[in-house]
Design a protein around this ligand. Structure first.
Ligand code: ATP
Ligand code: MG
Length: 588
């Protein structure tokens, strides 16, 4: 059906001749299928030349201003390209080419107007064709991302809340998905959720912009997890090994050492050809600053990127931070590199998403989260995988962190993330307060795919560890009120106690794989059972240092063969006995 009348506005510097005006009217009649057009003319010197035509939700920009902007953009892009090539003389050639090939396009754009604004959310009417996740630009240059599309208009989350946006502010589509600048220069830097540096060390040259939401690699493009990612934490590497490309959840109550485990894992990647990305979501800026200091002190910033959104940031930035960081990781993964990403933490991420959803007027479901909150984390963690050799063989290993309340793993968000990941390291407050740190609960933790990535040596050394610990726990419960115990029980209790002591590990002291194996072998041979409990850890540390200096061939052999032959095991035991013997001599 023909629309009867269309009102359009023409902004220009000089009034068009009637022939020109007729031409515009004919264009509009055809385009909008209407019989009559009313053309309002506004004189606007800022247009500089040409004109801008508004009709319905569309804007046609044939102005000199827009053409000048397009040319400037193209020259800027050409300059960046030349700078990246870093060759003398190329700059002029590329610039000349860019100017010669320049062809101004009439910028046709769909525009809308802000209806409501507040709390980092704007609702916009007029834009009818926006895509989910598309970037829109407000008149003052502020950018936002489309998060909600409904009959009356669209809902947009803002990336910057300091702008001058009010009701009626004009908004235009960009037809681009939100992107994150990426490149090798990001290594060693601290950036915000949009990729802007916040460490005061100047700008970062990015190589490209990657969309923050990428589909996960397909099954055909993946390969099984077979290479270990060593955390340097004995309790994890021995019983819950993690492989490159795996997703292992770290879960526990507040202040149980979750961040510390992730941080120690990053420290342990030094010299292991693995790029680390730490994403802080809605944390205090001071906490992040401390973490960056620890990374710097341990020379770990060279291979690490920190992406942060603090508690003071808008929920929109907290919401996109993990996706943006994953795009950075994907840049390296697609170049054949191994990447480790820590998401600290996804509980706060879910809360940020809940805030956004409630502000956008979506109906709340269980625990007031929107219905699609499962998809929030599944589409994020599904992007971590190990690529096939044809795709370069790179990987992203994810360590998402979830905070529980009162150890309740059956709450909504914890169960969701447990079901998405390939296992979990469960940290327990009781253990933490007893001084058993890292407070890994051996019974409730699991790693579903990492076993395939564990070295034969570690598999052999840690073979009976879980069962021994389980028996110890059980026996401890039963015997706590018993007074006379038989010798076998006493021995088993003592052995369990040695193992529990071995698993204690101070902060920022990742353990080398060979040391871990030797410690387990020595404990398994009952060579530490006679040491008083409070001295076991000390004795172990001293013994390992002695083994490393006096019998360095043992560690070397473990590293080169990756196996623990019976003969090697015997030699480790013999060397440990030698050390213990020496000690007895020196004590007496
Ligand atoms: P939050 O819930 O606040 O994020 P969290 O679970 O991430 O806390 P951390 O910040 O890692 O916990 O650790 C809490 C405190 O426990 C810190 O002061 C840290 O130094 C200490 N801690 C963690 N692990 C160990 C350890 N293995 N040995 C000694 N102290 C530790
Ligand atoms: Mg923490």
């Amino acid at each position: 059906m023909k629309q009867k009348n269309l009102t359009a506005t023409l902004r220009c510097v000089t009034r068009p001749t009637s022939a020109q005006a007729d031409k515009i009217k004919t264009f509009l009649k055809e385009k909008y299928d209407c019989s009559d057009v009313t053309l309002n003319i506004e004189i606007d010197p800022s247009v500089r030349g040409g004109f801008i035509l508004h009709a319905g939700n569309d804007e046609y920009d044939w102005s000199t201003r827009s053409r000048q902007e397009q040319l400037t953009d193209q020259i800027k892009a050409a300059r960046d390209k030349a700078l990246r090539m870093k060759k003398d003389g190329t700059l002029m050639t590329i610039l000349k080419e860019a100017i010669e090939q320049f062809e101004a396009q009439a910028a046709t754009n769909e525009v809308g107007y802000v209806e409501t604004i507040g709390d980092g959310i704007a609702t916009i009417s007029g834009i009818e064709h926006a895509m989910y996740g598309e970037v829109v630009v407000f008149e003052d240059g502020t950018k936002g991302m489309v998060q909600d599309i409904n009959d009356d208009g669209i809902g947009v989350i803002l990336f910057d809340t300091d702008g001058l946006i009010g009701q009626g502010t004009k908004v235009s589509r960009t037809k681009l998905q939100a992107g994150m600048p990426v490149g090798p220069d990001f290594l060693g830097r601290v950036v915000d959720a949009l990729g802007n540096p916040i460490d005061g060390q100047g700008t970062i040259d990015s190589e490209e912009i990657r969309p923050i939401e990428e589909p996960a690699p397909s099954i055909i493009d993946r390969k099984p997890v077979t290479t270990p990612l060593e955390t340097g934490i004995l309790s994890i590497d021995s019983m819950f090994p993690i492989g490159r490309g795996q997703r292992e959840l770290i879960i526990g109550d507040q202040q149980t050492g979750k961040t510390s485990i992730a941080l120690d894992t990053i420290l342990n990647q030094k010299g292991k050809d693995c790029i680390c990305i730490y994403v802080s979501i809605a944390q205090k800026a001071s906490t992040v600053a401390n973490l960056v200091n620890t990374l710097k002190k341990n020379d770990a910033m060279d291979y690490t990127i920190v992406v942060t959104s603090t508690a003071a940031d808008a929920p929109s930035l907290q919401y996109i931070a993990p996706y943006a960081a994953t795009s950075l990781g994907e840049y390296f993964m697609h170049r054949g590199k191994d990447v480790l990403i820590v998401y600290d933490d996804l509980s706060k991420h879910a809360v940020a998403y809940r805030t956004i959803s409630l502000l956008l007027g979506r109906s709340p479901g269980r625990e007031a989260y929107p219905g699609d909150v499962f998809y929030l984390h599944s589409r994020l963690l599904e992007r971590s995988s190990r690529l096939s050799d044809e795709k370069g063989g790179g990987s992203i290993t994810a360590l998402p962190i979830i905070e529980t309340q009162d150890g309740d793993v059956s709450a909504y968000i914890p169960t969701n993330v447990i079901s998405i990941t390939d296992g979990q390291i469960f940290l327990e407050s009781d253990l933490f307060f007893e001084g058993q740190r890292p407070a890994v609960n051996v019974g409730l933790s699991v790693s579903r795919v990492g076993g395939a990535a564990q070295t034969k040596a570690m598999k052999k050394a840690s073979g009976s560890l879980r069962i021994d610990l389980a028996q110890y726990r059980e026996m401890k419960e039963f015997t706590q009120f018993a007074s006379d115990l038989d010798d076998a029980t006493k021995r088993q209790l003592a052995h369990g106690q040695v193992l529990m002591e071995l698993l204690k590990q101070p902060l920022n002291h990742p353990m080398d794989q060979a040391d871990q194996i030797m410690a387990l072998v020595v404990a398994d041979a009952n060579l530490l059972s006679d040491v008083p409990v409070d001295q076991i850890k000390d004795e172990e540390t001293k013994m390992l240092a002695w083994l490393d200096s006096e019998h360095s061939e043992l560690a070397r052999e473990i590293h080169t063969t990756g196996e623990l032959a019976d003969d090697l095991k015997d030699r480790i035991i013999a060397a440990a006995k030698e050390y213990r013997g020496l000690e007895h001599v020196s004590h007496s």
